[in-house]
Design a protein around this ligand. Sequence first.
Ligand SMILES: [Fe+2]
Length: 203
Amino acid sequence: MNKNHLKILKNLAKSRNYGQGPAHALQVSKLSLKIYDELVRLKILKNNPEDRVLLEAAAVLHDIGHPQEPHHEVGFDFLADEIPRLTANDPISNAALSTLLVSVLWHNERRYLERGSIKIPDRNHAEKIASIIRVADGLDLISQPAIENIVLSIEDRRLRFDVISKHSVDLQIEQAKSKSDLMKSAFVLRDVIFGHSEKPEAV
Ligand SMILES: [Fe+2]
């Protein structure tokens, strides 16, 4: 997936008001990219600019199925039709498209099943990308102030998220924790844990 694809997909998200408005989708995108960069810094992921673009596109599109429910399935079906049509002149690879689609599908799922005729060439890779969006989505609640930053660390295969915010983030942490299951299995971690810090210096 390239920058031109990202532009097309961002325009698509915008044209549908990101499913439920720009604030949440753009914050999930910001947090997803931050998590990606932290996983690269910790050498848990290899830096891959195409994956980073793919992650950003999937994040801005993750709630596109709203307000219909189940919105993750509606979004998957909509994008499975729309993306090949919009990128017919410069097709996205099957691997990238399938990863994007399951990232949308799995952001709100408890069972990570395949859907339709989409085949996933590298399931573990798709799980890793989807798991980032799943946790980033958990870290943003429309009813609460956006968190300012996150810093990741790892020790003994326990991945820790330090959430930086001046506000209480108990609800966001609870939701992110409940959505960290796929990250734990995809990256073969012992656990994913969360803490809260008011100031970046304290981390
Ligand atoms: Fe969301």
